[in-house]
Design a protein around this ligand. Sequence first.
Ligand code: HH2
Length: 254
Amino acid sequence: MGIVNVTPDSFSDGGLFLDPAAAVAHGLDLLAEGASVLDVGGESTRPGATPVTVDEELRRVLPVVEALAEHGRVSIDTRKPEVARAAVAAGATLINDITAELWPVAAELGVGWIAMHMRGEPGTMQESPRYDDVVAEVCAFLDERAGLARDAGVREVWVDPGIGFGKSSEHNIELLAQLDRVVELGWPVLVGTSRKMTLGRLLAASDGVEGVVPPDDRLAGSIATEVWAMHLGASMVRAHDVRAAVQAAKVVAA
Ligand code: HH2
């Protein structure tokens, strides 16, 4: 899954593809690099991001969804039912739902649905995330939501542990280490680690420096975690660097 962020403030590529023509060109590049799905989003969910209105989000994503849907499969990365509906009308066939609440919309429209786990809201989710057993809690949540979606008639249901969404680095690493437990639930699994903060911390530690390495220096960490996830049974990874991820997927498959 290739990431197309039509936002001014996404954590790694904010502002690069805010112009619809630039976003469409980027999406076409990602398809040429081997992406199976393009995930179009118009609202950053990075920790502390400012929410956008429905109108602004529609203005950003609709022309991009419409243009890209003629060339490949498009998912819409949104928390808003209005945006999901309009994007499906414009050609999206998958709803990427970080709230895990929009399955009734997917059922009604006859499209696929991704349930992602998040603790709290993007604005505050990183303040002090706490779990007794992060893997068990995330698994129970995802299995329940996926079951509700299936019972409502959604035929294509994905689950995603939501790396970085209301989780400390230790929680993220624990979820990746035990991703086979998410896979064992039996739903196809999507994982998004691409350029995320936990990698910035691990890579700084490996360099022997304090703090984090910047997002554009997290490729090796992204690929390492994507290979790890695929090896443990993830069916799709959400990536900025699609060419490298596709190459890695092919090597893992071989
Ligand atoms: N991560 C981000 C956004 N959407 N959707 C799913 N299913 N899984 C994820 O891990 C996931 C997601 C955050 O990354 P990005 O889109 O690059 O940044 P931003 O939220 O700042 O736009």
